[in-house]
Design a protein around this ligand. Structure first.
Ligand SMILES: *Cc1c(COP(=O)(O)O)cnc(C)c1O
Length: 367
């Protein structure tokens, strides 16, 4: 047997009739950019997240960037970001000319540690940008409390957390604005690039709506220098079909996660920790084996897919050499980079595949 890390064809197999019909509907409409499908998806996704507004954009990185631009973040400003995240979170800050200021994660949840934020706040700090990493919500109440104390904005990077809840509230509705990605492998994935912003702030929403479309709300009238970052009609139409399945698919991920959590006890393996206020959506199932290179060798022999999220943290990438943050300065995220490992999880993983993965991990991590 062979269990791939990710099954991207599963969603198409399950929804082929609906997706094929949608394809024809959009093709025959003759309208491919900023039309009824995007409008409908924006309304449906705002409703799903529990926010007043949603703006569809080109991808998750643009979603983050456009939020920061609409908040007038720029050169001289600082944005607090997790040290442990995908590089997109940092790049969005860099694109505005502002400086990303990393804060270490909590060792148990791997998410931004609220206790460490205050020490990173300076008079230049404008925004805190927590990531709901691996589909698990960040601890937002204390993050929002620090933000309020210092008059900062809070932007969620919800690219891995469509549908996740914190104290019962959905990711996307937990700060001033949130960015989502619809990259194909995400919990809600398009068949190409896509992204969205959710917010309750009408002025922010209107500004982002202009910024994504050349700074224009009336055709050929450009009040400011904008960008071209639009979710296209075809992707929006596909996403509407998939959004209707999102809760069911997240529930299937949760069942797989519960199997793993109960059947992988007492091994030389650290399992994910779920705080009681969190309802994660298990974008990734991240374990920490005692001996990662031996562990991955056995998974390879057994044909079980795995990936590392992420092998090199942003501050140690060539892209951020200019910040001059040396190895050893962010020890928690560096330790995580050397020990984490993601195993297969997804809505289309079969019970027999879960059994197979569990057995392979027993072979690899037995005490
Ligand atoms: C995927 C991802 C992004 C970027 O999304 P794209 O659509 O690929 O631009 C940003 N942040 C995090 C945490 C992500 O996982």
């Amino acid at each position: 047997m062979n269990v791939p890390f990710l099954d991207l064809k599963g969603p198409y197999r399950e929804l082929q009739h609906q997706l094929d019909a949608v394809y024809r509907r959009v093709m025959e409409s003759g309208w491919y950019i900023l039309g009824r499908e995007v409008e409908a998806f924006e309304a449906e996704f705002a409703n799903y997240c529990g926010t007043k507004h949603c703006i569809g954009v080109g991808n998750g990185l643009d979603a983050l960037h456009l939020i920061l631009r609409a908040m007038d973040i720029g050169p001289g400003d600082e944005v607090i970001v997790p040290s442990n995240t995908y590089i997109a979170t940092w790049l969005a800050v860099t694109y505005t000319g502002a400086t990303p200021v990393p804060v270490e994660p909590d060792e148990r949840t791997y998410n931004l540690d609220p206790v460490r934020i205050e020490a990173a706040v300076t008079p230049r700090t404008k925004v805190i940008l927590p990531v709901h990493l691996y589909g698990q919500p960040a601890n937002m109440d204390p993050i929002n409390a620090v933000a309020e104390r210092y008059g900062l904005m809070v932007v969620e990077d919800a690219a891995q957390a469509h549908g996740a809840r914190y104290h019962g509230k959905r990711a996307g509705s937990l700060g001033h604005a949130a960015a989502f990605s619809f990259y194909p492998g995400k919990n809600l994935g398009a068949v190409g690039d896509g992204g969205a912003i959710t917010t309750d702030n009408v002025a922010l929403a209107e500004r982002i709506r202009r910024l994504r479309n050349y700074g224009s709300s009336i055709k050929y009238c450009h009040g400011e220098r904008g960008f071209n970052s639009r979710l296209d009609e075809l992707q929006a139409a596909f996403l509407r079909v998939k959004l209707a399945c999102l809760d069911e698919w997240n529930e299937r991920r949760r069942c797989v996660a519960l199997e793993y959590l109960s059947r992988l006890q007492n091994l030389r393996l650290e399992l994910p920790m779920v705080p009681d206020w969190a309802e994660p959506v298990w974008h990734l199932f991240v374990v920490r084996p005692a001996d990662r290179s031996r562990f991955t060798k056995i998974l390879d022999q057994q044909g079980v897919g795995w990936l590392i999220h992420y092998p090199v943290p942003p501050h140690l990438q060539g892209a951020y050499a200019l910040l001059g943050i040396e190895r050893g300065r962010l020890p928690v995220c560096e330790m995580l980079a050397e020990t984490v490992l993601s195993i297969p999880i997804g809505p289309h993983l079969k019970d027999s595949e879960v059994d197979y993965v569990v057995n392979a991990i027993w072979a690899a991590a037995q005490r």
